[in-house]
Design a protein around this ligand. Structure first.
Ligand SMILES: [Zn+2]
Length: 165
C-alpha cells in the first residue's frame, strides 16, 4: 500500500511514487488527483492512488537488460505453457537453440521444468503446446515496474490508465 501512479500531463504513465510525494505534488498544485483509496489521510484528503501532473515531462528511454530474472518477471513467474506460477522456473527457447533460436526477448519464455522437458527440441506448434502470451521486449522499465505493482489485487485502479498490464 502507499504507492501512487503518476501520469504525465498527456495521461501517459510517468513513474511510481510514494503517497507522501504525491500529496506534496497535489498540495503544491503541481498535480491533480484522478483516483484515491477509501482511506483518508485527514479531513477531506483521501490517500491518492493515481495522480496526473499539470505540466508535461520529457522522459528519456531506458533499455531493460535481457536477464533471466527480467524474463521471469516479465512473464510474472508463470510458466507460459501451463500457467503454473512458481519460484523455480526455467527459461525455454521458443525456437530451440539447437535450431537457431537466439537469446532474445522474443524467443525466451518462463517455463516449468515439466513443460520444458516435454517440449524438448520442438517448436510450440510441433509440440502442440501453446504459449499463453506472445513474448516481446518490455516497453520500458516503468512498464516493468507497473507489472510488478499490479500483481494479484494490488493497485487495480491503475489498470485503467496503463495499456498492457
Ligand atoms: Zn508448465
Amino acid at each position: 500500500m502507499g504507492k501512487v501512479l503518476v501520469l504525465n500531463a498527456s495521461y501517459e504513465p510517468l513513474n511510481i511514487t510514494s503517497w507522501r510525494r504525491a500529496i506534496v505534488l497535489l498540495l503544491k498544485g503541481k498535480a491533480e488527483q484522478l483516483e484515491h483509496s477509501n482511506r483518508v489521510l485527514y479531513a477531506d484528503l483521501p490517500f491518492p492512488t493515481v495522480i496526473r501532473l499539470r505540466y508535461y515531462v520529457r522522459v528519456p528511454y531506458k533499455e531493460i537488460p535481457l536477464t533471466r530474472r527480467n524474463v521471469l518477471e516479465r512473464d510474472r513467474n508463470t510458466c507460459q505453457y501451463c500457467n503454473t506460477k512458481r519460484d523455480q522456473l526455467t527459461l525455454d527457447h521458443v525456437l530451440p537453440r539447437s535450431r537457431g533460436g537466439g537469446d532474445t526477448w522474443e524467443n525466451l519464455v518462463a517455463a516449468c521444468v515439466r513443460c520444458n522437458v516435454k517440449k524438448g527440441n520442438r517448436t510450440p506448434k510441433e509440440a502442440n503446446m501453446n504459449l499463453l502470451t506472445k513474448p516481446r521486449r518490455p516497453h520500458s522499465s516503468l512498464h516493468f515496474e507497473l507489472l510488478k505493482c499490479t500483481q494479484g489485487n494490488h493497485n487495480q485502479e491503475w489498470k485503467k490508465y496503463v495499456i498492457g498490464i
